[in-house]
Ligand binder design. Structure first.
Ligand code: G16
Length: 563
């Protein structure tokens, strides 16, 4: 219950806030960034995402909110303008918290509230956030801003800057950077450089140094050079990987495809396309056995693939990446004699074979989190070492402070040579991994280093376990919020009858599993199915799509069978 004089107090503090917050400036700027009538958005899986033409006002609001968050945390906050895997015409924005992690959930609610407020409500919502969060308005605010290569991104990042300026925040605009680079900058600034230097050069230097030191420890370097084909989704990853190339050893040869010079962003290329369609991107020629990978539009996801001599396509997704990295780390921990808690975090999309392999063969505890790296990250923080990857290739490894200290101490002080070497490799791996968020460039370097160190071909890596055939589909419905889920999104609670139908359909196939969930980045419902054969996985996915269409208010054409 509120104290009796709370109303008076809130009126007083509201007046005080008016004195300290320049509402006139907010009103003036906000007129330049008018809210599209009737537009309602939600801060979803990775911030706000919709058609770029509708986002000007939301960007302005996120500039305002970033200032309040910065004052609250007395730290630098990041604002990234990107819609990652979405098509060129979309855009989006997300805030980055002090250690490079995703925005705290309660502030996601503030973000939704603020972005949906009408012009005349803006002042009230800002005041309300300040009061609820006890924001000290005297505190200085510093914001770092980054953007991807979309044609709309530059103008939209200016709208963010207007929001920051309206509330008197200071800022640095990093311009074109990958999403993980901006996460890295935020962490560097708030750890006063101990995580690294807050410049793109600092990022390249940190990662390349760790990569060189780690691979130097290889005893058997195949033919001495690393050759990799990289599909950059026609996005920011191409620019940044090209910049980074000169920091890498000359034996590391990168062949770029979809580098943004010709094709359209994410169109028939990029990690999401390759994962969902289970086929190579356009514009990338593959000879049998050649190791290839795809980044997504803002370079925070990566998947690997190759063609076998019979011309069959093989995908090594986030699950295979998590397994490779976990195997490597576990072996090093054993060699170093370190007993640290270790777990792998996946989502419902993880292939059943990967979970079985990790639990039964590798004896690693596996946890299932909701989609969205923010959920996986949170769970991974519970362990000394938490490896988290979504099947779509978004993931990283977290080392607790205590684990990091133990490893760094052992790498320096250990008398036993073999143990010290293992600890050094763990230390270099810590430095090579971008612990703030999934990072295609950093993950690529970790994977390439492991393949060199373990003297593995991509085929040998792939043969660790065999994926169950799977299929992902999208269904358009009138309002995707009618689907609510539970059990880490593995079961639908609403609309009534949908889960029962999915259960019934799943029982008809061997080794089958299926689930549906509303996407947090696109206006669709996602369907996932796996089964003993590709034909059955396709059939099950189609049947489940029809169930969604009929029970959850499908619009447009009825889903067609997979061909
Ligand atoms: C974002 C999130 C990922 C998530 C993906 C799809 O990726 O960061 O964690 O898996 O969206 O989310 P949903 O299924 O809810 O649409 P990205 O690469 O687009 O930023």
């Amino acid at each position: 219950m509120l104290p009796r004089n709370s109303h008076v107090r809130s009126q007083n503090s509201s007046r005080a806030l008016q004195v300290e917050m320049d509402f006139e400036a907010v009103a003036k700027y906000s007129k330049l960034h008018a809210k599209p009538p009737g537009l309602t958005l939600q801060y979803g899986t990775a911030g706000f995402r919709t058609k770029a033409e509708d986002l000007d006002h939301t960007m302005f609001c996120m500039g305002l909110l970033a200032v309040l968050r910065s004052k609250k945390k007395k730290s630098t906050i990041g604002v990234m303008v990107t819609a990652s895997h979405n098509p060129e015409e979309d855009n989006g924005v997300k805030l980055i918290d002090p250690l490079g992690e995703m925005l705290a959930p309660i502030w996601e609610e503030h973000a939704t509230h603020l972005a949906n407020a009408e012009e005349h409500e803006l002042q009230g919502v800002l005041t309300d956030i300040c009061q609820k969060e006890a924001v000290d308005l005297q505190q200085e605010a510093f914001i770092v801003i980054g953007r991807d290569t979309r044609s709309s991104s530059k103008k939209l990042s200016q709208s963010v800057i207007d929001g920051v300026s309206a509330l008197g925040g200071q800022y640095q605009d990093y311009g074109l950077v990958t999403t993980p680079q901006l996460h890295y900058m935020v962490c560097c600034r708030n750890t006063h450089g101990s995580y690294g230097t807050a410049t793109v050069e600092g990022y390249y230097q940190k990662l390349s140094k760790a990569f060189v030191e780690l691979t130097m420890q290889a005893t058997s370097q195949r033919d001495g050079h690393i050759c990799l084909k990289v599909d950059c989704a026609n996005g920011i990853g191409a620019l940044k990987l090209k910049e980074m190339e000169r920091y890498l050893p000359s034996c590391f040869v990168i062949h770029f495809s979809n580098d943004g010079t010709k094709g359209e962003l994410n169109h028939q290329c990029g990690a999401d396309f390759v994962k969902v369609h289970q086929k190579p991107p356009v514009g990338l020629e593959m000879k049998p056995g050649e190791r290839c990978c795809s980044f997504d539009g803002d370079a925070d996801r990566i998947v690997y693939y190759y063609n076998d001599p019979a011309g069959h396509f093989h995908l090594l997704d986030g699950d295979k990446i998590a397994t490779l990295i976990s195997t490597f780390l576990k072996e090093l921990l054993v060699k170093a004699g370190q007993t640290l808690s270790f777990a792998v975090i996946q989502t419902a999309y993880a292939n059943g074979s990967s979970t079985r392999y990790l639990e039964e063969t590798m004896k690693v505890p596996v946890h299932c989190a909701k989609t969205g790296v923010k959920h996986l990250h949170h769970k991974a923080q519970e362990f000394d070492i938490g490896v988290y990857f979504e099947a779509n290739g978004h993931g990283t490894v977290l080392f607790s402070k205590a684990a990091e200290q133990k490893i760094r101490y052992q790498a320096k002080e250990e008398k036993n040579n073999q143990k010290r070497e293992a600890a050094k490799m763990l230390e270099n791996t810590i430095d090579l991994i971008n612990q703030t968020i999934g990072d295609a460039v950093s993950d690529m370097l970790v994977i390439e280093a492991i393949l060199v160190l373990k003297n593995l071909t991509v085929q040998q890596w792939d043969s660790m376990y065999t994926d169950l055939p799977s299929r992902q589909l999208k269904v358009k419905v009138a309002d995707r919020r009618v689907i609510d889920t539970t059990d880490a999104e593995r079961r639908a609670v609403t609309p009534p009858g949908l889960q029962e139908r999915i259960d019934e359909l799943t029982q008809r196939f061997k080794l089958a599993r299926a689930f549906v969930r509303p996407s947090g980045t696109e206006d669709i419902v996602r369907v996932y199915a796996e089964a003993d054969t590709q034909e059955n996985a396709d059939k099950l996915a189609h049947e489940v799509s029809l169930a969604v269409y009929h029970i959850a208010g499908g619009v447009g054409e009825q889903p067609k069978a997979v061909v």
